[in-house]
Write a protein that binds this ligand. Structure first.
Ligand code: GDP
Ligand code: IMO
Ligand code: MG
Length: 424
């Protein structure tokens, strides 16, 4: 059985923390899409680690961690992560495996990402510049290089052919600063280092584990609203971040999917371009950013903040078939005497409960409901009864509106700052 954990907003919902917490209940934690654009933060035993490619179950003894075919890998980032993980837990990397089908991010993919963003000017996506878009373009364009290709005798020729194609494409764009020679050297060194990790036939690895009755926890990256098909296009990433992306990225049948655990923040954040309906430009936005330490785990950019949006959340629940919810960062709302959530949109004169096709042309005005704040510190709370009544009411209100139970409530960044409820 494969349980899935994924983000229901615009990323950074706290997937790393929740996966790290849940991992001991599983045999394998598997990343199914995205690449080093992700930044998943884990805080445990005095460590703070941001993982970009390595799954978030890596520090749990005895649990295998698998990077699936749907992931795009930059060997340079992976090498840095391997060093970080090894320092904290020297034997951890023996539990890491990579699918031979995962595509490789070349240094020239990063160049193309930067050049394409520069050419877009004001309309730029706000990409993390990790080369994600160009790598997935080469994948669908049938030009990409995969992890399994590294051992082929013509690997360096294929590398050069793809790089040269990129260099020709770069002539179409404004020029950018990039030391390709140095980056290539680092890349080939990192490819050597990567060979310390076991490479497997991804589809057989996962399906044979399932046949043996093993339990898999699939870890999503980004969030539903950044999905290439269902997100706020074109301000999205280049992979399928939704539950269906798990079947594609790991090579498992939809029949194997068990629980779908959807994570959302008690409010909303977004980093990069593209609007979001409940974005706040006032002191409340600044409050959420300060209290929530809302700065990108990968790029350090400030995250834009706004109130919880139930129109958006219901849309994400619908697409993913969410069976359980996990709410994070409720503690960030602690000091507010009152706050709001949106449960409908006004578009023109009409009220809407559907997420619009195009946010820019729809001109959405969210219709808000007010919530009384609890003005009490929640940080570290572990028992549901220990949450103030007003906080419990906020949770119940969401459950009533979206018709799904909130099983996990995260009350701080550390591994054990979590309320776990049994749902009936
Ligand atoms: P991910 O990409 O979904 O894994 O999330 P990120 O790691 O990018 O961002 C989530 C941030 O919130 C990290 O800095 C976490 O340490 C932190 N965090 C996670 N859960 C909580 C929580 O319940 N309360 C607070 N205050 N911080 C949290
Ligand atoms: P995690 O897994 C938040 C955003 C970027 C940009 C858009 C496209 O940590 O939640 P890309 O580099 O993919 O071409 O950028 O997507 N983005 C994320 N935002 N969290 C992430 O990952 C993100 N990964 C990409 O900011 O707007
Ligand atoms: Mg993140």
């Amino acid at each position: 059985m494969v349980d899935v954990v994924l983000g229901l907003q615009w990323g950074d919902e706290g997937k790393g923390k929740i996966v790290d917490f849940l991992a001991p209940n599983y045999d394998i934690v598997a990343r199914f899409q995205g690449g080093p654009n992700a930044g998943h933060t884990l805080m445990f035993e005095g460590h703070k680690v941001v993982l970009h490619t390595i799954p978030s179950g890596i520090f749990r003894k005895g649990i295998f961690n698998f990077i699936g075919s749907g992931v795009v890998i930059d060997p340079i980032t992976l090498q840095k992560e391997m060093t970080t993980v090894h320092k904290i837990q020297p034997d951890a990397l023996s539990r890491l495996l990579i699918s031979n089908g995962a595509h490789l991010i070349l240094p020239s993919h990063r160049m193309l990402d930067a050049a394409s963003e520069a050419a877009k000017g004001k309309k730029k996506i706000g990409s993390t510049l990790k080369g994600i878009g160009p790598t997935y373009m080469d994948k669908t364009g049938r030009n990409g290089l995969r992890v399994g290709d590294i051992l082929l005798p013509n690997f360096s020729e294929r590398y050069k052919a793809l790089r040269d194609k990129h260099l020709r494409l770069l002539d179409l764009y404004p020029s950018i600063d990039f030391d390709l020679e140095t980056e290539e050297q680092k890349w080939f060194d990192a490819i050597q280092k990567m060979q310390e990790i076991k490479v497997v036939e991804g589809t057989y690895y996962i399906n044979e584990a399932l046949d043996k009755g093993q339990k898999i926890l699939a870890e999503g990256a980004q969030g539903t609203m950044l999905d290439i098909d269902f997100g706020t296009y074109p301000y999205v990433t280049s992979s399928n971040t939704v539950t269906a992306g798990c079947c594609i990225g790991l090579g498992v049948s939809p029949h194997q999917i068990g629980e779908v655990i959807g994570i959302f923040k008690a409010y909303v954040t977004r980093v990069g371009g593209g609007s979001f309906p409940t974005e706040l430009f006032d002191e409340h936005g600044a409050y959420l950013q300060n209290e929530g330490h809302e700065f990108g785990a990968t790029t350090g950019r400030p995250r834009r903040c706004g109130w919880l949006d139930l129109v958006q959340l219901k849309y994400s629940i619908l697409i993913n078939g969410v069976t359980q919810l996990a709410m994070t960062k409720i503690d960030v709302l602690d000091q507010l005497p009152q706050f709001s959530y949106a449960d409908k949109y006004l578009i023109g004169e009409q009220e809407h409960t559907h997420f619009p096709f195009d946010l820019d042309s729809a001109k959405v005005t969210p219709l808000y409901q007010e919530v009384p704040g609890w003005q009490q510190r929640l940080a570290g709370t572990q028992a549901y009864e220990d949450l103030p009544e007003k906080a419990r009411n906020y949770v119940s209100m969401i459950e009533d509106k979206v018709k799904i139970g909130v099983r996990l409530i995260s009350t701080g960044p550390e591994r054990d700052s979590l309320v776990v409820r049994s749902l009936v």
